[in-house]
Ligand binder design. Structure first.
Ligand code: NAD
Length: 349
């Protein structure tokens, strides 16, 4: 669709290269694909979100915002792909037509002739992804546990952050508070459990927690409203966005923050506040790039290989080392430094 002056005036618009509107009356499909940057002949990458929006304008703004974030994530992960994102609106018109809807969406992705490659984001299940992949070769992540690789990238990022704080990557004797025991939080708990002194965990879903204590008897379960207040070395936000906000920032009692959640800070300026408080922050899109790295491995090679992905994940601590070094040198927050480094990469595409 044409990028009108009205779209250009949206705060989420950042010189996006292409926007496609997708509609189908039979299935009630209505959504957008936003392509933020394009790297040479490579496709732009970003998962598909299936979410209830107030109206089309809100859906478009989400696609613009999220596709921009993907360019940052891809650049930080050292991947030669521009960022993109698709959102499909949950509407009365598509109720009860889920399979047909995702099939039609995948057909419309085919019309973009490989310029956009996508996987599953919030609201899109593994089953939906399988339906899509039967209709389109541009679907990735059907055969991979991205949650595990995201957590492994976070784990590497934790070690680098500890080095920045204590001078050593050693985990023994360290304490952690993990917010959210979902696909990534659980995997992170498993990676840390046998190596560290203490782990606090929280989730709003008590069923998950009851099962956890059997497998990991040494964890300490705390109320989800208190998890960020624990006196620990590292706080790990692995749930929803904005867990660091105007209110919670004053309640933090950690030395570093490293987690899988997207958009951990409710606004970028909080990066400066964390710096002033002496809390080392590993920027979210740098620490949580492991899922993207893993699905790209599958996309590039036709199948994924554990050893190859683990090698590629080492880009995460490398990028963090650079960011921490620049932050020390210039006295600027890690958020500012990461944004500058990443945008320099993708603005040169
Ligand atoms: P998930 O839905 O599997 O798990 C999230 C968990 O957080 C759920 O168990 C939920 O009950 C819990 N939760 C929600 N609000 C909470 C709160 N206030 N306090 C405590 N727990 C709460 O999600 P996920 O795949 O683990 O993803 C977590 C975050 O990481 C999201 O922000 C996601 O966008 C981001 N992320 C995920 C991946 C991936 O590979 N899955 C990759 C990159 C980023």
């Amino acid at each position: 669709m044409e990028i009108t002056e009205e779209i250009k005036s949206l705060p989420e618009f950042d010189d996006h290269k292409k926007i496609f509107r997708m509609e189908d009356l039979n299935t009630g499909l209505l959504g957008f694909v936003a392509i933020h940057r394009i790297h040479g002949k490579n496709p732009s990458l970003g998962a598909t979100r299936f979410w209830r929006y107030q109206d089309e304008a809100e859906a478009l703004r989400d696609a613009l915002r999220l596709s921009r974030l993907m360019s940052y994530k891809s650049a930080a992960a050292g991947l030669p792909y521009g960022g993109a994102k698709a959102v499909i609106m949950i509407r009365d018109e598509n109720t009860g037509k889920r399979e047909e809807l995702f099939k039609e969406y995948a057909r419309q992705v085919n019309n973009l002739q490989g310029s956009f490659v996508t996987g599953s984001d919030v609201g899109v299940s593994k089953q939906d992804l399988e339906v899509m992949s039967l209709a389109s070769p541009y679907i990735i992540g059907t055969d991979i546990n991205a949650g595990y690789y995201t957590a492994l990238g976070v784990f590497y990022a934790i070690k680098k952050t500890l080095k920045q704080i204590t001078g050593e990557e050693d985990l023994a004797g360290r304490s952690f508070a993990i917010q959210g025991m979902g696909k990534t939080g659980l995997e992170l708990l498993d990676l840390l459990y046998s190596q560290v002194r203490r782990i606090f965990v929280a989730d709003i879903n008590s069923d998950v927690l009851n099962e956890l204590i059997i497998k990991y008897p040494d964890i300490t379960i705390v109320n989800s409203s208190d998890i960020h207040k624990q006196a620990v070395d590292i706080f790990c936000p692995c749930a929803l966005s904005h867990s660091i906000n105007e209110q919670t920032i004053g309640e933090l009692n950690c030395r570093g923050i490293v987690g899988s959640a997207n958009n951990q800070l409710s606004k970028a300026e909080l990066g400066e506040s964390l710096l002033a408080k002496g809390i080392v922050y590993a920027p979210d899109y740098v620490a949580n790039g492991g899922g993207l790295i893993s699905v790209v491995d599958e996309f590039k090679n036709g199948n994924h290989q554990d050893s190859r992905i683990k090698e590629a994940l080492l880009q995460i601590p490398r990028a963090l080392e650079l960011i921490f070094g620049e932050s020390n040198k210039l006295g600027l927050s890690t958020v500012v430094i990461a944004d500058e480094l990443a945008s320099k990469v993708f603005n040169n595409y």
